[in-house]
Design a protein around this ligand. Structure first.
Ligand code: UT7
Length: 333
């Protein structure tokens, strides 16, 4: 019988592109009918980062992964699995994880992508955890990397103001101590609500007629108001379930909540309904906007580097997005 192992979060890393885009750029450069005041008060976002020439999900993900491996005190040769969550892969084939493996100079290890939109990192964390827990991998690199600004419709003020580019990563390592690291992961989906967030591609079932080069099928389409309501409801459920899980696992409590960085009003509404203490919530969306699969690992890495979270803390990670998908993880750092 396989002896199950503990799965420790041994290192974290993140990478944000250098270019800062303020809310004013949408009015001053793109002539969009919006304002800094509307964006700040309706979302909490003040600025976000845009990937530059030559930067892709793979280059951002490799930079975040390199830092996570260094922080873990390991080298790329120690990594024996890469799972990358992204909805903005460099290519349809090969996977972004393959490109990261080559960029980092890892060995001939399994490397593949996961698609679960803004829940992608927690889905990838779950896969990495299963490999490490069963002994199939000793050190797994789990990455969330996105260049969402490459698929935005910059004429749609409902969506284009929300998103930014970035990447975050963690190294999961096997440990004989079972009661540490990743304690519980919960994943959910509801494909019947697929139309609320979509990024159609060339392999869409109903491509419009006409030459492909004239079509922009890959723009993100978003029903923001409906997603807002879904996000609040699911975030409340995930927090309440995690509080039960934490008690059943014998944990003394949840020291911090790191939610998907989507909209300050979504987070505030969920805190009000669940009663979860606001001072325990890590929020950085004013600086980066919504970076989809990258948002939770970026916030986790920043929280550790700034001392906002520290080794030994139990942290609740929560995410929700296209699919629809929603997910949570209870992790002792
Ligand atoms: O991670 C998962 C993906 N993320 C999301 O799906 C985002 C979730 N949703 C949201 O964050 C919010 O719903 C939005 C920020 C997208 C919109 O905020 P809202 O408070 O739900 O606004 P709304 O959609 O109810 O629209 C209110 C008004 C509308 O005008 P009318 O119809 O009342 O005249 C919109 O056209 O605000 C207008 N509006 C804007 N006005 C200025 C929408 N976007 C903008 C804008 N600037 N950028």
């Amino acid at each position: 019988m396989t002896q199950l192992l503990g799965v420790a979060l041994r290192g974290t890393g993140s990478y944000l592109p250098a270019r800062v885009v303020t809310n004013d750029e949408f009015t001053e450069v793109l002539n969009l009918d919006t304002s800094d005041e509307w964006i700040r008060t309706r979302t909490g976002i003040r600025e976000r980062r845009y990937a530059g020439q030559g930067e892709t999900s793979a280059t951002l993900g490799a930079a975040a992964g390199r830092l996570a491996i260094e922080t873990a005190g390991l080298t790329p040769a120690d990594i024996d699995l890469i799972v990358c969550a992204t909805v903005t892969p460099d290519l349809m084939c090969p996977s972004t994880a393959n490109l990261i493996q080559a960029e980092l100079g890892c060995g001939h290890i399994p490397a593949f992508d996961i698609t679960a939109a803004c829940s992608g990192f927690l889905y990838a964390l779950s896969v990495g955890t299963q490999f490490v827990r069963t002994g199939a991998a000793r050190h797994a690199l789990v990455v969330g990397a996105e260049v969402l600004t490459r698929i935005l419709d910059f004429t749609d003020r409902n969506s284009c103001i929300l998103f930014g580019d970035g990447a975050g990563a963690v190294v999961l390592s096997a440990t004989p101590v079972i009661n540490t690291g990743v304690r519980m992961i919960r994943l959910y989906s509801d494909g019947s609500r697929q139309e609320l967030i979509q990024v159609p591609s060339r392999v869409t079932p109903n491509p419009p007629p006409g030459p492909p080069q004239l079509q922009r099928l890959d723009y993100m389409r978003l029903s923001g108001r409906e997603v807002f309501r879904f996000a609040v409801t699911r975030m409340v459920e995930l927090i309440e379930q995690a509080e039960i899980d934490a008690r059943e696992l014998g944990l003394t409590g949840i020291d911090a909540l790191i939610p998907h960085q989507v909209n300050q009003r979504i987070i505030d509404a969920a805190l009000e309904s669940s009663g979860f203490p606001a001072h325990k919530v890590v929020v950085n969306l004013s600086k980066y906007g919504n970076t989809s699969a990258a948002s939770v690992p970026i916030a986790l890495d920043e929280a550790l580097r700034t001392g906002r979270c520290k080794p030994g803390d139990t942290v609740l990670l929560v995410a929700f997005g296209g699919g629809l998908t929603w997910s949570s993880a209870l992790v002792t750092l």
